[in-house]
Structures are given as C-alpha cells and as structure tokens.
Design a binder for this molecule. Sequence first.
Ligand code: ATP
Length: 301
Amino acid sequence: MEDRLISIEGIAKRYPAAAGGQTTIFEDLWLRVGRGEFVCVIGHSGCGKTTVLNILAGLDAPSAGAVIVDGREISGPSLDRAVIFQGHALLPWKTVLGNVAYAVASRWPKASKAEIEARATRAIATVGLAGAEGKRPAELSGGMKQRVGIARALAIEPKILLMDEPFSALDALTRGTLQEEARRICRETGQTVYMITHDVDEAIYLADKIVLMTNGPGARIAEIVVNPLPADRRQGAIHHDPNYYALRNHLIDFLVSRSKTFRDDPPAGYDPRHPPVVRLDGGVAAPPLPSAAPKLRAVAT
Ligand SMILES: Nc1ncnc2c1ncn2[C@@H]1O[C@H](COP(=O)(O)OP(=O)(O)OP(=O)(O)O)[C@@H](O)[C@H]1O
C-alpha cells in the first residue's frame, strides 16, 4: 500500500483569452505521488508543467481542484516544499555558506548560529562543494551555482523537492555528474521529488515514475509509466538494460505523436481520475498503444 504524500485532485488552470472567454491550459489532472518517490514529468512546451509545479509550490493557485500534501490542502508556499529552478536565484552578496545558512535560518529561526552553520556546511559537503563555503556566486561556475541551489533546498529537509529543469542549462558533463549526485542524495535521504524535464534520458535515469502530459490547451495526464530499470542503475550503463530501448521508444513515441492526438482520440476507457499506469514488463499488451510500441501492460491506479 502506497504511503501517499501528494494528491493532485482534479486541478485545472484557465486564463482569460484575448478574444474573450477563457483558455484552459490543462484540466482534470489527477496524480498521486508516494513518499520517497522520484517523479519526472514530460510534455511539450506550453502544456502547463511549470504551472502545475508552481501550484504544488503554492506560488500559483488552480482554477479548479485542489492539491493535498500529507493530508492537508495546500494554500500557499511552505518550507516543506523546496523549489529548484533552472536559474539558481542565489543571493549575490552572500557566500555559498551564507546562501545556504540563510535558508536554514528561515526554517529553524530559533537555532543557534553554530547549529545553522553546521547544518549548512553538511549540506554543502553533500553536494561536493566542501572548500567553497567562502566563495560568492560570481566566483562559481554554472554547475557549482546549481549545486548551491540543491544544497540550499536539501538543507531545509523539505517533504517535497520540486525541480523545474534544474540541469538543462549545464554542459553535458556537469549535467551527468549532478544527475548522479541528485539521484544518490535523494535515494539516501528518501526524498520525494517532483521534477520537470525535457530530456527523456534524464527521466529514464532519475525517475521511478514518468508522467506523460498531452499537448495543451486542455492538457491531460495521458499515462504514468513505471520505470522498469533497477533501482541501483548506473548512468553510463542504463542503455544495456533489456528494457531501456522499449522505455525510451515509448516515451519518444508519445512525444512525437500521441501527445498531439490524445485529446481527439483518447484510448477507450480513459479516465482522467485514474490515468493508465504503464509497466514495461514484457507482459500482455493492452491499450493505449500505437502498433510500433513495445509490449506494455496498462493497469488502473
Ligand atoms: N499569466 C498568464 N496568462 C495567460 N497565459 C499564461 C500565463 N502564464 C502562463 N500562461 C500560459 O500557460 C501555458 C502553460 O505555461 P507553462 O509555463 O506552465 O508551460 P510548460 O509546459 O512549463 O512550458 P515549457 O516547457 O515551455 O516551460 C502557456 O501556454 C503559457 O503561455
């Protein structure tokens, strides 16, 4: 039985349309995320991924529906939910230690300076930045700044880590290293993560579950793909896993074709409250599948 931490319950987002009326960016989104799960969300630009993440962060509100975290409906930002954006948003006048300590002090306002610095120093070491505590953001590379962003988020021990394409602005080598560290840290700490990515391989490496969103307007969650790769996967070797190409093909096929056709041609029996959960286990094939897709088994949540 899943220990549910996040429950997205029928949320929609609408904006006034230029020609009058309203534009519905997405509607009737339902998703449950278990404690300790690493969820990656994939979908084309404009389908509302960032809007959903902002709603989870409490920075935006849905036009309909609700988000329940740990049994309570969220109504605004909270230190229980830390956000890591693509840009690092560090305070330029503070050192690495100062930036992380600032967040720690907001979380535990009664803690002593020594306790705050000790906690911040530990988080900085966790992301491999020991020795750089005294540097200011202008003295850091993009990868180092993003590490500080991760340290700052982790240092406050959030219930949920929300990441919006956190590695997309980095060079390939740094991105790979940070993906490995993010996965290691999140596994070691049992961190629950909700992350947006455009990078299919990043999702395959990091996620326990991959949420596929259809194109907007009126975007939906088309399905939830359970990652069949073993938990102790290694980044440089995942392409040797027998399920790797089937998974990759399935995700790319969705982005290339089904994300566009889903709205007009949803699979028979599609229920937005229970998007199909797809498992690549070589089992019996079930809809919704294009003919070229690997054998999948779809089960209701
Ligand atoms: N304040 C606003 N008023 C009107 N439309 C808006 C507003 N904010 C966002 N939108 C629209 O909502 C849609 C979803 O935006 P959002 O940034 O959530 O998409 P996304 O899937 O994260 O895209 P990307 O992958 O490009 O970051 C876009 O079409 C955007 O133009």
